[in-house]
Design a protein around this ligand. Structure first.
Ligand code: SF4
Length: 448
């Protein structure tokens, strides 16, 4: 694509190596500038008084005049090529995530429809930015019990590290068989699963081996998020290379202090971190924390940008415990302090046992059966009006009038009391119209 007199290459999803080293270098430097600006208050203060000196001290060979639009929406244009390319790179990344969220399909029709309803529910219950950032992958696998990092803000309340799951021959056999069973129910979407939850992947010395096995089964290398990038930089560097050599588009480092941010920038070059998102959790950062898990009662809610960090709508495995839970994100609160609901839980020792468990969970109907009695979601209330009804919680609502269904209020009055088949027969409106209306409410995630 040619914009004015400079080119922008879509390099995020293609992992293109055809662009020049200068292009990549400049892109990576602009990314680093954004990270330092967001994460380091000392740099920010210096930048606003002496931008050239601030860039110099950070080792960023970039013209400061070009960077202002990245930190000040009122800065005059036009955008410099380096900034336009960086923004395009970011846009590509967001578009990729949105595509995963909206176009991912699971093999099991019941599971796929359920995931779709969870996406709709989250769009209602979570803040827009929080909901849009969740792409609802179908599985996550813990390869340890607990986490050695012990972040005070851990959004999923990870306990202390107590156990690791080694890549012994028996475990690797069960691992591959587990992945194959997950594939049976999720299909190619399973490749977007990842190998951590309330764990740090790098706690497990065999993590890379499990990733390679994952790649052998799913054809994709799992994305890594770690707070331990700086513990053994050489190992981290090798993992980044390994993942990118196997087509992994993006990894993430979680950083909880300004010191860690500086260390990571010292240990890894801008180019090495081009495909690594830095999650800035330090107190000086402009990024806000999530009010979930351990942070739920400890941070100022006005600083929180999200109420859950959980993202899986599907199966959450702990391989140490041979345990699988069926989970989906929920806003954190007294009922779901760690930001997700557990729909069901089971233990397994073999692929056959796991298959039986997942088959039972996935047997849920994709559409409302005619014998089912639909009920409003537990956080919702329906208020009847003369020619309509409103479904609402304390924050928001949606109105359905007679143009949606000729007997909208009469239908709403009976929800929770009659089955789909009974409602279709009881109302004077055509039965097919009533069934369709109920299906739409169901798909919109408004029913429990
Ligand atoms: S946030 Fe991540 S790294 Fe920190 S304690 Fe929780 S699981 Fe461990």
């Amino acid at each position: 694509m040619l914009i004015q007199d400079f080119e922008i290459h879509p390099i995020f999803r293609t992992l293109s190596t055809s662009v020049s080293g200068d292009y990549l270098r400049e892109l990576a430097l602009v990314k680093r500038f954004c990270e330092i600006y967001r994460g380091d208050d000392t740099f920010r203060a210096g930048w606003h008084s002496h931008p050239e000196a601030a860039l110099d001290s950070a080792g960023l060979a970039l013209p400061h005049e070009q960077l202002w639009p990245l930190v000040d929406s009122q800065a005059p244009g036009p955008l410099a090529p380096a900034v336009s390319r960086y923004l395009a790179f970011q846009q590509e990344k967001l578009a990729w995530r949105e595509q995963l969220r909206s176009q991912m399909r699971l093999t099991s029709p019941g599971l796929d429809a359920w995931r779709g309803r969870q996406i709709q529910r989250c769009a209602w219950q979570l803040a827009a930015g929080n909901a849009e950032a969740i792409f609802h992958p179908p599985a996550a696998f813990e390869l340890a019990r607990g986490c050695s990092v012990g972040c005070w803000f851990c959004g999923v309340s990870a306990p202390k590290l107590a156990d690791l799951w080694p890549a012994s021959p028996e475990n690797r056999r069960l691992w591959k068989e587990t992945l194959e069973v997950v594939f049976e129910f999720c299909g190619p979407a399973a490749a977007h699963s990842f190998l951590y939850w309330a764990t740090d992947p790098l706690d497990n010395p065999d993590y890379e081996q499990f990733c390679l096995d994952f790649h052998a089964v799913f054809g994709q290398f799992p994305q890594t998020t770690t707070a331990l990038a700086g513990r053994d930089p050489e190992r981290t560097r090798k993992l980044l290379r390994l993942s990118q050599a196997h087509g992994c588009l993006l990894n993430r480092f979680s950083l909880s202090s300004k010191r860690q941010l500086r260390q990571v920038h010292e240990k890894f070059s801008p180019e090495e971190l081009l495909r690594v998102e830095l999650i800035l959790q330090n107190k000086e950062s402009l990024g806000a924390l999530s009010a979930a898990g351990k942070a739920l009662s400890r941070i100022d809610p006005s600083r929180a940008h999200a109420t859950t960090i959980a993202c899986v709508s599907g199966f959450l495995f702990n391989m140490c415990e041979g345990r699988v839970r069926w989970v989906t994100p929920y806003p954190s609160g007294p009922q779901y302090p760690d930001g997700y609901k557990v729909e069901a839980e089971a233990h397994f020792e073999s692929a056959a046992q796991l298959r039986e468990v997942l088959a039972g969970w996935c047997a849920l109907p994709a559409r409302l059966p005619s014998g089912a009695v639909p009920r409003w979601r537990e956080d919702l209330t329906a208020t009847l009006e003369a020619d309509a009804f409103r479904v609402h919680d304390s924050q928001r609502g949606v109105r359905f009038d007679r143009s949606w269904h000729p007997q909208a209020p009469e239908l709403a009055a009976l929800i929770g009391e009659k089955s789909v088949g009974e409602l279709a027969l009881q109302l004077a409106a055509p039965a097919a119209e009533t069934v369709l209306a109920l299906q739409r409410l169901y798909q919109a995630g408004l029913f429990a």
